[in-house]
Design a binder for this molecule. Structure first.
Ligand SMILES: NC(=O)c1ccc[n+]([C@@H]2O[C@H](COP(=O)([O-])OP(=O)(O)OC[C@H]3O[C@@H](n4cnc5c(N)ncnc54)[C@H](O)[C@@H]3O)[C@@H](O)[C@H]2O)c1
Length: 440
């Protein structure tokens, strides 16, 4: 029985997609003493895993090597290996198309692949973030092409991933995991599966509840970030500091949670999820107006930030054409290497489109592509900082020496409010969300 095998850890777990979500999940199961088979279509990633070379910030080489040398984790590009596992967790990308419609091609391909090897008794869990109905309406019919019946021959569940890359406090063990099954047996099995690596598993009544739970969590972030971005713009007009307002509001011990403004939102979830929900809502003649508005506010932030930088430069007699700009940080949030959908990249693109000569530094991202151009991260020293006309703090990595940036930068535009905690002697620092009215 699968339930017993999950309880006594004799079950083998398959992970499809060894990316930001899949690799840490594979390690978590391997560390819990399951035999884990990681399947990915990228041979490069499979090789790296088997050699113990991690490419994900939250997985150390040491942790990976411990698991591969014990043979608790084996990676493969051979789909057939999944026919021997007891449970399969699917962690493939769910991007959107150029016109911002859900792109389920990876989920569909994976369902087709699994359908070819699906065995009686197997549990399949989709973890990729997606709209309610994906597991039942998209995955299930493809899996049933195997000839097996859900809840009778195989089991199907959705369990949203809650990985927060770079978060040192919350991990698989102390972040509760929501599971919703196609039927009761599927929910019970998914509950048992994740109980092995998570302190608290939260069963819900359906696949769709589990799917929408994830979207609610991410849309909540998107909406609240949009709210503070709008407040930041207002503060600029009113000559107030959004940062001081947020810090003061955050002293309220109940009913308030601080969110911070910035040059926009990025990553593989927050900017994308409103559109997944919107697409599904349209099927019900329903427009998620509030959510779309928030997405729009956040999407304007990179271009808005670029225009604020140009404005502040011009107040200092600097023109974009004749100035050298250095952007610090291109990952979508601090202390990680993921630059997908990063607002920093959009900000750089916006400045370059206006003919700005832009260089960047990011200790974790050695190279970026902006349109047809390839930029390489430049080194930063006190002397080099002083050579730029404008330094933009786009991502507030913890390891930047902000005092040195303030002391050596001719003009610093801080989009993250990080310099508010440092000593400033002159007026060479401007923060997004603060007054534009001061005379330079
Ligand atoms: N990155 C995050 O912080 C995060 C957090 C929560 C949820 N999610 C969600 O989790 C899902 C995965 O995101 P990610 O960031 O891990 O993506 P990723 O791009 O880092 O990893 C996905 C992996 O899947 C592989 N893949 C693609 N098609 C495949 C196929 N047919 N068979 C096997 N492997 C295949 C890719 O090669 C890649 O290694 C997405 O739906 C995302 O929205 C991501």
């Amino acid at each position: 029985m699968l339930k017993d095998a999950l309880k006594n850890k004799s079950a083998t777990i398959g992970i499809v997609g060894l990316g930001y979500v899949g690799l840490p999940l594979a390690i978590a199961f391997a560390q819990a003493n399951f035999k884990v088979v990681g399947f990915d279509v990228q041979a490069k990633k499979v090789d790296a895993v088997n050699k113990g070379n991690s490419y994900i910030v939250d997985v150390t080489d040491k942790a990976l090597r411990e698991m591969t040398s014990k043979k608790n984790l084996i990676a493969t590009t051979d789909l057939k290996a999944l026919s021997k596992v007891n449970a399969i967790c699917v962690c493939v990308p769910t991007p959107f198309t150029r016109s911002k419609n859900p792109d389920l091609s990876y989920v569909i391909q994976t369902a087709k692949d699994i359908s070819k090897i699906l065995q009686p008794g197997q549990l399949v869990v989709l973890e990729s973030t997606t709209y309610p109905g994906t597991t039942r309406e998209v995955m299930l019919p493809i899996l049933m092409e195997s000839g097996l019946k859900a809840e009778k021959d195989f089991f199907l569940a959705f369990s949203p991933e809650r990985v927060d890359p770079g978060n040192k406090k919350f991990n698989f063990h102390n972040t509760p995991k929501v599971v919703g099954g196609y039927g009761k047996k599927s929910t019970d099995l998914a509950f048992q599966l994740y109980s092995a690596i998570t302190d608290k598993v939260v069963p819900v009544s359906s696949l769709e509840i589990a799917e929408l739970t994830k979207l609610l969590e991410n849309v909540f972030r998107n909406v609240n970030i949009a709210l503070v971005n709008e407040m930041a713009l207002l503060c600029e007009k009113m000559g107030l500091s959004i940062w001081e307002v947020i810090d003061a509001a955050a002293t309220k011990p109940f009913g308030y949670m601080p969110f911070y403004p910035g040059p926009g939102v990025g990553g593989h979830c927050i900017p994308k999820d409103p559109y997944y929900l919107e697409a599904k809502a349209r099927e019900y003649d329903f427009h998620t107006r509030f959510i779309e508005l928030a997405a729009g506010v956040n999407e304007q932030m990179p271009a808005y930030t670029a225009s604020r930088i140009v404005e502040e430069m011009s107040r200092r007699g600097l023109t974009l054409k004749e100035s050298k700009i250095l952007v610090l940080g291109v990952s979508f949030k601090k202390d990680i290497e993921d630059s997908r959908e990063s607002p920093s990249m959009k900000l750089i693109e916006s400045l370059m489109t206006k003919n700005g000569a832009v260089a960047y530094n990011d200790p974790r991202v050695p190279e970026i592509k902006i349109g047809a151009a390839t930029l390489k991260s430049v080194a930063i020293t006190a002397k080099k900082l002083a050579a730029y006309d404008c330094i933009v703090i786009a991502t507030d990595h913890s390891d930047y020496d902000y005092q040195s940036i303030i002391d050596n930068g001719k003009f610093v535009f801080d989009t993250r409010g990080v310099t508010r905690r440092y000593k400033k002697t002159g007026d060479n620092v401007v923060m997004l969300g603060e007054s534009t009215n001061s005379q330079v």
